[in-house]
Design a protein around this ligand. Structure first.
Ligand code: TYM
Length: 332
């Protein structure tokens, strides 16, 4: 089977609906046709300040949400990034073939460092995409299903793989991004031209997977729309309604045109009520299952430890080959 790799940062207590629609739904659909690896990238999350106990909790919660959303840890290798030391080790090697300017052109780094200012920007944020490349390349990955915002990082990953292979001999598979057209970017409900994000300043426009159903419904009812009053897809002039339509279509499996028809001649209130039902009925079972899994952290830790062993076997093989090819002396 071809290989699939993807991951998410454990940077909040809950995943948000953009993570679910942009990534998790694809992961779940693809996991049977691929030899799939899914990581909770706790080392990446270290680029944001947090309390140590909180970090541990968020890592478990993220893993529990993968499983609750349908990632099967007996078939897919679901593990925690820091449990496999090869990720950090390969990141160092790759950093030595990454240009300073090349890393500086990453838009995510430019956005974040502009937001924090030079003094609050850490070097880890700068090398973040190199660690991400090592995640992907350690596993001889064929495809990486992600949302639109990760595309540039995967292009860098491909460049680094090709560069290493041509300088030192083929050690890496060159991966392809898989980005779902139409749902690759879900927007904030309060600010529908900004990407929905776990690290949004206000949580009023973020639909969390683990929100109480009443909170979800309330946020949807308050979502920003426009004054036209017609349920119609038009990204340019109706970003709010268009975003809600995309969410509705993704979760219900309906075409956008058929949803437009269903709500023709009805107001936004009805449409939002309908959407709230769709979202709540999708997330209710996921939320219940995630909370159940979190009731038994020892069992969850056991599953993660077992899968880390499986991941390390693959990763260590790639790393040993890289060490050899680049000319590090074997310990003997
Ligand atoms: P992260 O944790 O920000 O997001 C996880 C996944 O969710 C997607 N996503 C979205 N999709 C659509 N609309 C949105 N509003 C939205 N917000 C997030 C992201 O594109 C991503 O697929 N750097 C990565 C984590 C990572 C990784 C990797 C991914 C580390 N190593 C290796 C793939 C392969 C990140 O920060 O994702």
């Amino acid at each position: 089977k071809p290989r699939l790799y993807s991951g998410m940062q454990p940077s909040a207590d809950s995943l948000q609906i953009g993570n679910y629609i942009g990534a998790l739904m694809q992961w779940r659909d693809l996991q049977d046709s691929y030899d799939a690896f899914f990581s909770v990238v706790d080392l990446h999350a270290l680029t944001q300040p947090d309390d140590p106990a909180e970090r541990r909790e968020k890592t478990r919660r993220t893993a529990a949400q993968y499983i609750a959303a349908g990632i099967e840890p007996s078939r897919s290798t679901l593990y925690v990034q820091s449990h496999v030391p090869a990720h950090s080790e390969l990141a160092w090697i790759l950093s030595t073939i990454t240009g300073f300017g090349e890393a500086g052109r990453m838009t995510q780094f430019k956005d974040k460092s502009a937001r924090y200012g030079a003094d609050a920007t850490n070097v880890g944020l700068f090398t973040y995409p190199v660690l991400m490349a090592s995640d992907i390349l350690l596993y001889q990955t064929d495809i990486v299903p992600v949302g639109e915002d990760q595309k540039q990082h995967i292009e860098l990953t491909r460049d680094l793989a090709e560069r290493f292979n041509s300088r030192y001999g083929t050690a890496f598979t060159v991966p392809m991004p898989v980005i779902q057209k139409g749902t690759a970017r879900i927007y904030d409900l309060q600010n529908p031209t900004a990407k929905m994000s776990k690290s949004a300043e206000s949580d009023a426009g973020v639909l969390w997977m683990l929100d109480e159903p009443t909170a979800t419904a309330k946020k949807i009812m308050r979502a920003v729309t426009d004054s036209e009053g017609v349920v119609r897809f038009d990204r340019e002039t109706k970003p709010g309604v268009s975003n809600l339509l995309v969410i509705y279509a993704a979760l219900s499996g309906q075409q956008i045109a058929s949803i437009e028809n269903e709500y023709a001649g009805r107001g936004y209130g009805d449409f939002k009520k309908g959407l709230a039902e769709v979202v709540v009925s999708e997330f209710e079972p996921v939320r219940a299952r995630a909370l159940e899994l979190l009731d038994d952290p020892a069992e969850l830790d056991r599953v993660l430890a077992h899968n880390a062993g499986r991941a390390a076997e693959v990763a260590d093989r790639t790393l040993a080959d890289v060490y050899d090819k680049i000319g590090l002396l074997r310990r003997g």
